[in-house]
Ligand binder design. Structure first.
Ligand code: ADP
Ligand code: MG
Ligand code: ZN
Length: 475
């Protein structure tokens, strides 16, 4: 029997607001433990939560960018459970009436485009952080993170492979980054994903029993954990066994998942509307204002790059994967209107440099306009492409402009025909055997002669002129 996986993802994105969701404590990271706390986020009796308007605005941005329907009235609910990182004994979340529902994302995987439904987006508060020191007989808790705003984005069970799951997550992360509402860092936990997965016989209309996978803190882990889990469940079904509904933990060292706990049901949490918070009412004006403030989103930008700059869809996607990278490309192309060449230089030398130095595009040591100046020098025949690569590296190291480096290092390309002719003649005289073979039909040797001339001129001869002169002289 053939089986197919059914996958649904729950993403928690930490919102980049300055203060927490229900109090004015700072959300900044890295402060000494328990210094960003107050009566509200510590859950003192009688302390009352006040909703942070920015959290709603950021949630609206996410909802509109994923084509969700906004609920004009939504509610906060208490999700009750006991754990030492949760001082109130309940988490304020949204349950029956989330801020937004019924959206979708368009992804591309296996060479095909596909829509993945978004079930809901809701707001909630984060819990504190526990640290367990194996050498001490107790655990410690830091409440600085308690009350930091999150949105949970729940997908429909529309995903059918680990690759689609990866594409969905990358797309979603790129969107929250474009919107500037979340820094999207999976390793540091500001963009967290739980993956639900079940399998069923191909053609079946009903879903199988699912497992929920946790501890997935990179895209690679999500894909690997899903691969492992799909095989594990298939083996159970093939042997006529039954998959149990449970939460499983990904072990990145062993590349396996292990059972953590049987899945709790919603009624275990005794959800009820939070009596301390009014229903949240959002009017059309606010929605329209937020809609107008949205930036061009990655998918729209990709389409525009393909159309306006005649880029391949692969290149367009890479260039629009981040807002800063796309801006760098557009800025450079504005000053040097050859998009193909700009793209090649960004994907090649610039990326290599950034990777080697562990830098992001916003820290690029060569600015977009400095790169454009360099490309102009190639275009005007002042330097060769090869020398431009060396100059590019020097620009990164010294911060000097391309023109200045060319002057300082006497790297101006030799385009003087008589000067090149002289070198060509010398090369041909020095290699009589090769000249004979060439004349006897081994025309592949042209490359060899070009190489010799370039060597003699330290790469400064204009290759086009070298080729022409060689062909002429070897006739
Ligand atoms: P919970 O409240 O336990 O998290 P939800 O009903 O909210 O459960 O679903 C959570 C996620 O699980 C959603 O992304 C949904 O698409 C996915 N999901 C639900 N049923 C299945 C299933 N049988 N197989 C795979 N994924 C599923
Ligand atoms: Mg859930
Ligand atoms: Zn507080």
């Amino acid at each position: 029997m053939e089986f197919e996986p059914v996958i649904g993802l729950e993403v928690h994105a930490q919102l980049k607001t300055k203060t927490k969701i229900f109090c004015n404590c700072s959300t900044s990271f890295g402060a000494p433990p328990n210094t960003h706390t107050c009566t509200v986020c510590l859950g003192m009796p009688g302390a009352l939560p006040v909703l942070n308007k920015k959290v709603v605005e950021y949630s609206l941005r996410a909802a509109l960018a994923t084509s969700c329907k906004i609920n004009r009235e939504s509610r906060f609910a208490r999700k009750n459970y006991f754990y030492p990182d949760l001082p109130k004994g309940y988490q304020i979340s949204q349950y029956e009436l989330p801020i937004a529902e019924h959206g979708f994302l368009e992804i591309e995987a296996h060479g095909r485009k596909k829509k993945i439904g978004i079930t809901r987006i809701h707001m909630e508060e984060d819990a504190g952080k526990l640290t367990h020191d194996p050498d001490r007989p107790f655990s410690m808790v830091d409440f600085n993170r308690t009350g930091v705003p999150l949105i949970e984005i729940v997908s429909d069970p529309d995903i059918r492979s680990p690759e689609e799951a990866g594409a969905y997550l990358r797309q979603l992360r790129s969107i929250v980054r474009y919107l500037d509402i979340c820094d999207g860092n999976m390793e540091e936990g500001s963009f967290r994903c739980d993956a639900n997965v079940s399998i069923r016989p191909v053609g079946s209309e009903t879903f199988g029993t699912r497992a929920e996978l946790k501890n997935l803190n990179s895209f690679k882990h999500v894909e690997k954990a899903l691969h492992y889990e799909i095989i594990r469940q298939k083996e159970i079904l093939v042997e006529n066994g039954q998959v149990v509904q449970e939460t499983r933990l990904w072990d990145p060292d062993k590349n396996t998942t292990t059972s953590m706990r049987s899945k709790e049901e919603a009624h275990d949490y005794r959800y009820f509307p939070d009596p301390d918070l009014l229903p949240l009412v959002i009017d059309d004006n606010w929605i329209n204002d937020v809609r107008k403030s949205l930036p061009e989103l990655p998918s729209a930008k990709t389409k525009r790059f393909i159309k306006d700059f005649s880029l391949s869809s692969n290149n367009a996607e890479t260039l629009t994967s981040g807002r800063e990278l796309a801006e760098y490309f557009e800025e450079c192309t504005k000053q040097f209107p050859n998009p193909k060449q700009v793209c090649n230089w960004i994907m090649g030398p610039l990326m290599a440099l950034l990777n080697a130095e562990g830098k992001t595009i916003s820290e690029a040591p060569v600015s977009a306009s400095d790169l454009a100046e360099l490309l102009k020098l190639i275009d005007n025949g002042i330097i060769s492409n090869k020398i431009a690569k060396t100059i590019f590296e020097e620009m990164a190291q010294t911060g000097k402009a391309a023109k200045q480096l060319v002057k300082e290092k006497h790297l101006v390309q030799v385009t003087d025909v008589s000067a090149i002719e002289e070198v060509v003649s010398n090369v041909l005289t020095a290699c009589p055997k090769e000249v004979e073979s060439y004349k006897n039909g081994k025309t592949k040797l042209l490359g060899f002669f070009v190489g010799q001339v370039m060597k003699e001129t330290k790469g400064k001869a204009n290759p086009k002129i070298v080729n022409e002169i060689l062909k002429e002289k070897l006739k």
